[in-house]
Design a protein around this ligand. Structure first.
Ligand code: SF4
Length: 292
C-alpha cells in the first residue's frame, strides 16, 4: 500500500471509530442537562464512543456513505487522489473499520469493498496553493440519509410560503418527519435556494461546519438558534425517549436561485456525526475533527 493510501486509510479509521470534539462535547452537555431515560441514553452513546475509540471499532454498525471533499493544489492530480481513496476504502472494509455498504442499485449485489459507481463519492475543488491537499470526510448513515427532504415552496401541505416563516416551517416539519427514523439527537444541514442539486449540496456542505461556530450572517445565525430551540421544545428527545435534546444544532446556507424556484433542502445527520479531516504538507498528514 502506498503512503497516500495509508493516509486515507487512517482518515477513514479515525472518522469511523471516533467523534470530533465539537460533537462529543455537545453530546456531553446534552447528557448533563437531561434527566431519566434521556440522560441514560446519551450516557450510553458517550460510553459507546469511548469504547469505539479505545478498540478502533465503528461507532455504529452502519458506517455510512463515504463523502470526501478534496481541496487540492493545481499540481495534485484528482485521479491519483481518487485511486488512493478507493484503495483505502477497500482496505478499511477488510479491516472492519467500514461495513461493506455499496450495493448495485438494481440487483442489490454488494461490491464487498465499498467501491462502485460513484462510490466512494469525491468532490474536488482546486485551490491556488501549489502542493496543497486537504481532505474532509463525512460518513453518512442510511437511517439519517433517508430523513433528508427537499421542499419546493410554496408548500400547501405545511402552509409554507416563499418567505422566512416558510423556511422555518420546513425545518420544524423536517424534524417532526425524522422522528423515529434518524437516531436523535441530530443536526440539520440546510440549503436554501439553488437548483435541486446545488440546494442539497449546500445542505450537506453545511454539515462540515463545527457545531460550535456562529453563522457569519446574523439573520441565518438567528434562524439557526431560534429553530434549534423550537425543535428541542417538541420534546422528542434522544432516540425518541422524550427530553430536551432533539437536535444538537442547525446549520444553514444560501444559494442564489431562479426567480421561479424556491427550494429548501434538509440533510439530517444523526448523533453518530462522523467527520474528520486530513491535511497533507510535504508528504506528511495531520488529522483533526472537521471545523470548516
Ligand atoms: S441513523 Fe446514525 S446512529 Fe442510527 S443506525 Fe443510522 S448511522 Fe447509526
Amino acid at each position: 500500500m502506498d503512503k497516500l493510501t495509508e493516509q486515507f486509510l487512517e482518515l477513514i479509521r479515525r472518522a469511523s471509530t471516533d467523534l470530533p470534539p465539537d460533537v462529543e462535547q455537545a453530546l456531553t452537555r446534552a447528557r448533563d442537562a437531561e434527566e431519566g431515560r434521556a440522560k441514560a441514553t446519551l450516557d450510553w452513546m458517550l460510553k459507546n464512543v469511548a469504547e469505539a475509540r479505545e478498540y478502533s471499532m465503528p461507532i455504529c454498525q452502519d458506517t455510512g456513505t463515504l463523502i470526501f471533499y478534496v481541496d487540492h493544489g493545481p499540481d495534485v492530480r484528482p485521479a491519483r487522489i481518487e485511486a488512493a481513496a478507493k484503495a483505502a476504502a477497500a482496505e478499511a472494509t477488510n479491516k472492519s473499520y467500514l461495513r461493506p455498504n455499496a450495493v448495485d442499485p438494481i440487483t442489490g449485489k454488494n461490491s464487498g469493498d465499498n467501491s462502485g459507481r460513484g462510490a466512494p463519492y469525491l468532490h474536488f475543488h482546486e485551490v491556488e496553493e501549489k502542493g496543497a491537499l486537504k481532505v474532509r470526510l463525512m460518513l453518512k448513515g442510511g437511517g439519517s440519509e433517508n430523513c433528508g427532504i427537499q421542499y419546493t415552496l410554496p408548500d400547501r401541505e405545511i402552509k409554507a410560503g416563499r418567505d422566512l416563516t416558510g423556511i422555518k416551517r420546513c425545518l420544524l416539519d423536517a424534524a417532526l418527519k425524522a422522528q423515529g427514523f434518524g437516531c436523535a439527537p441530530g443536526v440539520l444541514g440546510v440549503g436554501v435556494g439553488g437548483d435541486r442539486m446545488s440546494s442539497y449540496m449546500e445542505s450537506k456542505e453545511q454539515l462540515f461546519r463545527s457545531l460550535d461556530d456562529t453563522n457569519p450572517d446574523p439573520l441565518l445565525a438567528e434562524i439557526e438558534s431560534e429553530l434549534t430551540t423550537k425543535i428541542n421544545e417538541l420534546g422528542i428527545g434522544p432516540m425518541g425517549f422524550s427530553g430536551k435534546t432533539t437536535v444538537l444544532g442547525i446549520k444553514l446556507g444560501l444559494r442564489h436561485r431562479l426567480p421561479a424556484s424556491f427550494f429548501v433542502s434538509v440533510s439530517y445527520m444523526c448523533w453518530a456525526y462522523r467527520k474528520a479531516s486530513m491535511t497533507i504538507a510535504d508528504g506528511e498528514a495531520s488529522y483533526s475533527g472537521v471545523t470548516s
